[in-house]
Design a binder for this molecule. Structure first.
Ligand SMILES: [Zn+2]
Length: 136
């Protein structure tokens, strides 16, 4: 029994008696019912059990998405050597939109480190600037 509920029960019963809405012989029953009703009203429902939801893995940053042999598309998680315009079209995006959304600098190639190195070596071996000079 809580003192606060007893006080409220007493006040309710006294108000009913004062206004002659209850007979003296019904008073014990009234006190009992009023108190039990107040207890039910103040009883809190049991707290629901915390739902264990598996946390999704954190989205990789664009730097983490570029690996040695592959690059992870930040939209779908697909691994590939490079993120092509054709692939970005499946996400209804352009390269510009993709870079802007994920904060990728415009000078960062959307390909794996190995693919970037291989392209660089190919360009250095073919020396297109020398070929142009020879044509003149
Ligand atoms: Zn994708």
């Amino acid at each position: 029994m809580t003192p606060k509920l007893l006080t409220i029960t007493k006040e309710v019963a006294m108000a009913l008696v004062r206004n002659r809405l209850v007979r003296a012989e019904d008073l014990p029953h009234l006190l009992h019912n009023t108190y039990n009703s107040l207890v039910k009203l103040t009883r809190r429902p049991p707290a629901p059990a915390p739902v264990e939801t598996p946390k999704p893995p954190p989205a990789p940053t664009w730097k983490e998405s570029i690996r040695e042999t592959y690059i992870v598309c930040l939209e779908c998680g697909k691994r590939q050597h490079q993120i092509t315009v054709k692939h970005l079209r499946t996400h209804l995006m352009t390269s510009f939109m993709y870079r802007k959304k994920w904060g990728i600098p415009p000078d960062q190639p959307l390909c794996s480190h190995a693919t970037r190195r291989r392209r660089r070596e190919t360009i250095l071996q073919s020396q297109p600037w020398e070929a142009r000079r020879r044509e003149r």
